[in-house]
Design a protein around this ligand. Sequence first.
Ligand code: GLN
Length: 492
Amino acid sequence: MSDLHRLSIRELSEGLAQAKFSSRELTEHYLKRIAKIDTQVQSYITVTAEQALAQADAADAAIKAGHATTLTGLPIAHKDIFCTQGIKTTAGSKMLDNFISPYDATVVAKGKAAGLVTLGKVNMDEFAMGSTSENPHFGSTKNPWNLEHVPGGSSGGSAAVVAADLAPFATGTDTGGSIRQPASFCGLTGLKPTYGRVSRFGMIAYASSMDQGGPMARSAEDCAYLMNVMAGHDAKDSTSVQKEVDDYVSNLNDTSVKGLRIGIPKQYFNVQGLDADVKARVEESLKKLEEMGAILVEINLNMTEAYVPTYYLIAPAEASSNLQRFDGVRYGYRCENPVDLMDLYKRSRSEGFGTEVQRRILIGTYALSAGYYDAYYVKAQKVRRLIQQDFLKAFENVDVIAAPSAPTTAYKIGANLSPTEMYLGDIYTLAVNLAGLPAINAPVGFDKNNLPIGLQLIGNYWSESQLLSVVHQYQQATDWHTKRAAIAEENA
Ligand code: GLN
């Protein structure tokens, strides 16, 4: 079968169960595509062909013996921020170029237990800091819709592999938009769960109070299958919440769009730099939801201007603390021939970290230093609380909140935006992480250059089922999520 990569997760699961094809055939199919097509997309840092085929054979045996779960034998790609036992985990950094974790991240372990087959580890912005996946050490991953453009970031590799059909779904992480923005740039569906829903154990830390893993795939239905594997309490993550996990797949039809109150924040649609095509497509998608019975309600989110400065204080502060461990002694890259201990620290960190990571460490260290702690860090935490309260107030009157996922479509590779320009591109995603809320991106059309555009729906705490369900209804009534980039149509 030459078109296995066109099947949805449900179709793949059914096909395997009915022995229409084996996990080995499916895995070989994807490995062949990777070998041919990833030379152009450059999304994989590591392809684990041998292990994948062994896992596929084990999956086939489990299916034959009747021990299969829904996803047994389906291939997946993991963002290279999730630790994988025996397989290199780089976090996209020279600092961890040779790091082999002694254990699996909980997300990876849960995937294995469900019978998923790991195709490999995919590229990202270094330590998840960035929005383009232009990696200083591993190179730039390309957007499958136009290879001269970025796939977004930081989970750009995860988005690119799905959009180019080099994996049926992938894990991503979202600290300030890193699932939603690349999903938007690559025409995919991506869910950032409520903080505490998915275990952070074994996920290399960027900003621990906001980091959250989630699924990236073509549709809400595909994401729901992966959420069923990823979500759940984990005693190894102290911020993981002990709360019953929904069955996201069986809940897909539970929320009716009829009567759903969708909040439209006035401030979001007057943002300077909001691209006209993005605005138009997002508004059309909201019109469609209105036709389907939703009620659009204008709301105020008065803290909008504070999102970017607040996030870009708190995230670097936490990063500067998390990244202290990479000193070339206990952890990480060590420079050649250090003359003394100071030289070893300095050069290991200067050579091992790229420019953007160094910038964040400097900003964060400054904000946390004794003389400035109250003026910057404590102040930012207070503003963070106000941002959260702004959302809670809005949710008294609406069920979900709509926004673009990003003000523009995918940037050109090498566009070389200044840090401030880059940070402003995160205006629509950051508040969700600051408040710990769940949010989803759904593809809703294209700009004049045929680059994808995404609608973001933000939900109240623990409303993952509702978000997936609303997007599922929308995807039953539209076909944006079925569009494929030309490179995905190529056969291997
Ligand atoms: N662009 C954001 C940043 O650079 C996104 C990070 C993320 O979600 N990992 O911090």
